[in-house]
Design a binder for this molecule. Structure first.
Ligand SMILES: *Cc1c(COP(=O)(O)O)cnc(C)c1O
Length: 460
């Protein structure tokens, strides 16, 4: 694709359509009220643009759909399994490939074996399900990104990197024998989809070698990360994104992937390992909990579509469109004066709601106020990543707020066109106009864990 081209056009055309219902503001006000001001409780038929997540929400290609028809559903040694195994071996360079029904199943198996009481895991940032699976074994999960990467405004190329100084300190402090693994999340989902540099990964590999600690790569966005390496890191401009991803994955001892992201499918996961003894333990758990080794948690057609998706994701035109179209939304929002986390990550744009609505105190959930406004004004569904999601209470029942009050606009792969994105930008004009009138929310019902999924709120 020409770099000079002004409009970022989608490198695909549409062969099948899914109609979207156009609703009125009055209708949406009613829907949101009935859902307790929590868009997780809204039916998708009432959503116009769904930015809730990029996980499993992408569109498959004509080749993937024909793969679905060609799926081999044999219990053992299916053709579709052989296809997937070949593609994943080539991508990771690892000899043992285990298919799972989604990313967290791969995590449960791997961390169930590596984890346990008194063990610690160190990561740039553990994703929620990663942390939950590690803590479930009794182990401790520690996140260490660089302090300067925590500021939403610092313009740095690789804000997903792990803090190498703190990493060596922690290993010495806890003793290398207690560190079960170093987990590199690529791109770093929970820190805004920010990339990890090859330099950082090489340095982690060295540390792993000198202390004999295994390195796990949580690489569900490995292709998006490779694009950032190609364009931001010295020495990679001439390499293909696929070559960069292969080089990075060869640094790991194990690889876990939620195929619902860069696997370009709606369901699926992978676990791959280098060590034979570890692979035997993993396979035993796979058979007990997911399925036989040649299908794990997947049907033959799913494996066929995933094998094709893992090839398509490295198409340079696709990746250019993917990363630049996410940035298009973020850059235009910034130009309008909407405070966003900078630079824009791979799969989502994060709006700083505390800054946008500085009249709303954190205990009245400014992030949720923006989520509600986006739905009422435009039928846009986003998710709060702030004190509703991560807030805790002290002994007196006062809110201990989260570090930031963000709203994530996660972009599904190959789903929305530029005019959908321009529509979202128009809605933000309305949001900016009303920013001083917006009021906060209070919680009327909350469950003891993961409250953001089912909490109910009311306007203040
Ligand atoms: C989505 C995700 C997972 C979990 O995968 P699921 O398929 O949702 O189980 C793990 N790690 C990261 C970084 C993710 O983004």
């Amino acid at each position: 694709m020409s770099e000079k081209m002004k409009t970022l056009t989608e490198p695909f055309k549409i062969k099948m359509v899914e109609p979207l219902k156009v609703t009125t503001e009055e209708y949406r006000k009613d829907v949101l009220k009935n859902a307790g001001y929590n868009p997780f409780l809204i039916s998708s038929k009432d959503v116009f643009i769904d930015f809730l997540t990029d996980s499993g929400t992408g569109a498959m290609s004509d080749k993937q759909w024909s793969g679905i028809m060609m799926g081999d559903e044999s219990y053992a040694g299916a053709r579709s399994w052989e296809h997937l195994e070949r593609v994943v071996k080539d991508l990771t360079g690892m000899p043992y490939i285990l298919p799972t029904h989604q990313g967290r199943a791969a995590e449960r198996i791997l961390y169930g074996i590596l984890g346990g009481k008194d063990k610690i895991f160190i990561s740039n940032t553990h994703f929620d399900t990663t942390r939950a699976n590690i803590e479930y074994t009794g182990a401790t999960a520690i996140d260490i990104i660089y302090d300067e990467a925590k500021n939403p405004e610092n313009d740095l190329p690789f804000k997903g990197n792990i803090d190498l100084v703190k990493l060596e300190q922690l290993i010495k402090e806890h003793g290398k024998e207690n560190v079960a693994a170093i987990v590199m999340t690529v791109t770093n989902n929970s820190s805004g989809g920010q990339p990890v540099s090859m330099e950082n990964m090489l340095a982690v590999r060295k540390i792993c070698n000198s202390y004999h600690i295994p390195m796990v790569i949580d690489g569900c966005r490995i292709a998006e990360n490779a694009y950032f390496v190609k364009h931001r890191e010295v020495g990679f401009a001439k390499k293909s994104c696929e070559e960069i991803a292969k080089q990075m994955l060869r640094l790991g001892d194990a690889f876990v992937m939620s195929a619902k992201k860069d696997g370009m499918v709606n369901m699926g996961g992978l676990l791959t390992v280098k060590d034979e003894a570890l692979s035997v333990k993993c396979k035993n758990l796979l058979i007990i909990s997911e399925g036989f080794t040649t299908y794990g948690g997947l049907s033959g057609r799913d494996m066929e579509a995933l094998a094709i998706g893992l090839t398509e994701v490295f198409d340079e035109d696709y990746l250019h469109y993917r990363i630049r179209s996410t940035a298009y939304l973020g850059e235009k929002l910034k130009a309008k004066g909407v405070p966003v986390v900078w630079p824009i990550g791979g799969h989502a744009v994060y709006v700083d709601a505390k800054k946008l609505y500085n009249q709303i105190p954190v205990n009245e959930y400014p992030g949720q106020a923006l989520v509600c406004d986006l739905y009422i004004k435009g039928g846009i569904r986003a998710v709060e990543i702030g004190s509703l999601m991560f807030g805790k209470y002290d002994e007196k029942g006062a809110l201990i707020p989260a570090t930031n009050e963000l709203v994530r606009l996660a972009i599904p792969r190959r789903v929305y066109t530029q005019s959908h994105i321009d529509y979202v930008l128009d809605i933000f004009d309305d949001i900016l106009e009303l920013r001083n009138q917006t009021k906060g929310y209070k919680i009327t019902y909350e469950p003891p864990f993961l409250r953001h999924f089912t909490a109910r709120l009311d306007k203040i």
